[in-house]
Design a protein around this ligand. Structure first.
Ligand code: GDP
Length: 593
């Protein structure tokens, strides 16, 4: 059992909501804010900058007797921005800032690409999570009872509705199992450290939300007691959520403080665009609880704050701060050390790049890291990775990439600057931007495949193809200069300009023209009977009716055909190619290998 002092020193765990687009992340956060705000008795929620705090009292009141008595966690702090972008952006000392995550899945749709992407990220950061199987109210026949615990609502449903919920839940269990997680409906789980809990909810009716909050509290208690036992009296430590210019205030940062205390007048060290810098806190701002105030007074000023909290900080020089970077309170004495430490942290966060590959731009260090990881997972190399919008300098840098196929910039949550656009039009750099990682990768892969197909096609067109012809009897139309004879294309094809050889390997001459009923042809394929003019030989001397000739395929072309394009060429061509190669290899066994 924890003592009262221990309880006091536990900070509020930070929770991030993730999931596929439209599965209900925003609705869930709205509902948590909406339902919990009503209960004034139990101590209503507190609105932070970028976050919402739900105190334990509120959760207890919602859960009634479902809640275990021994809870020592003070409540939950939900990050207001949903999505894995927020999750990866908000970092703390190399790990994820969020202590816990809610993975929202639309129970009627099941797992979607961003659900899987979120799970990969959660696994990478080893973040405990719970699955909220949302939109249970959409299950045919569901009889809603607003805001009640799932277990209570579920008991009152007809059997066929219960069966449908069970089936859908097991589909999720199956998907989670494919991804290496053992899971079950939360009320059937004993050990949350080994199994992922699935809580059926409706962000619309509020059903299941008490259960969800309770499971989160349980998870925090099981997993995090140690990491939550923070020095809530020590110097503040946090992460920059956003750098914002506010009317009347100038540049501010929205930050989540996850450890210690921050006060007005404190010296703080922040990771900057170029390098870390120090500044002094001029004001700490929290949102006003009530919204009908004049614009200048949107915020309440506070003199000090204790973790965990979301806060807007006003200080000189904040235009140089970078989203996603660390923030620490320092003293005059240790400020140089802290500067160095933050520099080290930023350095560590820098992405290790490959020698060759494409260029990545992202809005924050965390998202840059996430996207580079995803790309590596997909076997795509990254040569340059930086934070920031896409500038002319980036295009110039990308142009130096040695491989044409690598001259690509993938921009995640960034803009193409106006001056860049014009320059871009004149360059051969391809730029893709998106704010969904998997779409960005998908678009790039599609483009890459199209480029490769085009290159293959072009190469294929340039290659001299094999051909085999027979000099037809009674078809000598002109003896020499050039000789004009009738031939039957037995396999492959012939084209003007190619050289013919005999089965003994000796040279016949170069085809000048191919004609069929007085029309010139650029190609004659298997089965055709055509007239050809040949520069070089004299009919009746070097060449004779009934002879067989082969197209003399240059050695490098023959190699490509035999070893790279074998599966794509026609059967008759392949047969002719192998006969031709055999002729060449009679004299030189290593020819074309
Ligand atoms: P997000 O993209 O994940 O943030 O999804 P939203 O919260 O914006 O929800 C997408 C749509 O699904 C909206 O039209 C919501 O009203 C709807 N929605 C969200 N949760 C529920 C739910 O529990 N039940 C029903 N019926 N609709 C929901």
């Amino acid at each position: 059992m924890a003592t009262a002092t221990e309880t006091k020193n536990l900070r509020t765990p930070i929770v991030c909501v993730m999931g596929h687009v439209d599965h209900g992340k925003t609705s869930l956060l709205d509902k948590i804010r909406g339902t919990t705000v009503v209960d004034k008795e139990a101590g209503a929620i507190t609105q932070h900058i970028g976050a919402t705090e739900v105190p334990l009292g509120t959760i207890k009141a919602m859960c009634g007797n479902m809640m275990a008595a021994s809870v020592v966690i003070p409540g939950l702090l939900f990050i207001d921005t949903p999505g894995h972008h927020a999750f990866t952006t908000l970092r703390s000392r190399g790990g994820a800032l969020a202590d816990l995550a809610v993975l929202v899945v639309d129970i009627t749709e099941g797992f979607q690409p961003q659900t899987i992407e979120a799970i990969k990220i959660l696994r990478q950061f080893k973040t405990p999570f719970v699955v909220a199987a949302n939109k249970i109210d959409k299950i045919q026949g569901w009889a809603p009872s607003p805001n009640s615990p799932f277990i209570k609502s579920f008991t009152g449903q007809p059997d066929y509705v219960k069966a449908a919920i069970e089936t859908k839940t097991y589909e999720l269990v199956g998907k989670l199992s494919d991804l290496g997680f053992s899971s079950d409906r939360y009320d059937r789980i004993r050990d949350f450290t080994r199994n992922v809990g699935i809580v059926p909810i409706s962000a619309k009716t509020g059903e299941g939300i008490p259960d969800l909050l309770m499971v989160l509290i349980g998870l925090a208690q099981k997993f995090l007691e140690d990491s939550l036992r923070m020095t809530v009296t020590g110097p503040g430590v946090g992460t920059v959520l956003e750098v914002k210019e506010e009317r009347g205030l100038g540049f501010t940062i929205d930050a989540i403080i996850y450890d210690g205390v921050i006060k007005v007048g404190d010296t703080i060290v922040i990771g900057g665009k170029e390098k870390p810098f120090t500044t002094k806190v001029r004001a700490l701002l929290k949102p006003k609880p009530n919204r009908e105030i004049r614009v200048e007074e949107r915020f309440d000023r506070v003199s000090r704050l204790t973790a965990a909290a979301g806060v807007k900080i006003l200080a000189p020089g904040l235009e140089n701060a970078m989203a996603g970077s660390p923030l620490r309170v320092a003293t005059e004495e240790n400020k140089e050390t802290v500067l160095k430490e933050i520099e080290g942290e930023m350095e560590k966060a820098r992405i290790v790049t490959d020698e060759t590959g494409i260029m990545i731009k992202a809005d924050t260090l965390g998202s840059l890291e996430a996207i580079v990881n995803e790309l590596r997972g997909a076997g795509i190399k990254v040569a340059m990775a930086e934070v920031g919008d896409i500038s002319k300098k980036d295009i110039i840098n990308a142009e130096t990439l040695p491989e044409a196929m690598d001259r690509v910039i993938l921009g995640f949550n960034v803009q193409i600057l106006a001056e860049t656009k014009e320059y871009l039009q004149a360059s051969d750099i391809k730029v893709f931007t998106n704010d969904v990682i998997y779409r960005l990768i998908e678009d790039y892969e599609k483009w890459q495949k199209a480029q490769k197909d085009m290159a293959d096609k072009k190469r294929f067109e340039e290659i001299v193809r094999p051909g085999k012809i027979r000099y037809l009897p009674n078809c000598t139309f002109r003896q020499s200069k050039p000789a004009v004879i009738g031939v039957h294309v037995m396999g492959g094809c012939i084209k003007p300009g190619i050289t013919l050889i005999k089965p003994d390997g000796s040279k016949v001459g170069v085809i000048k023209q191919i004609q069929e009923r007085n029309e010139s042809l650029s190609i004659a394929t298997q089965g055709k009977e055509v007239a050809i003019s040949i520069e070089g030989p004299t009919a009746g001397r070097q060449i004779n009716e009934g002879d067989i000739y082969y197209v003399d395929v240059p050695e490098p072309h023959s190699k490509v055909l035999e070893f790279e394009l074998k599966d794509t060429i026609r059967q008759d061509e392949l047969e002719v190619l192998m006969e031709f190669v055999a002729i060449k290899r009679k004299n030189n066994p290593f020819w074309g290998r």
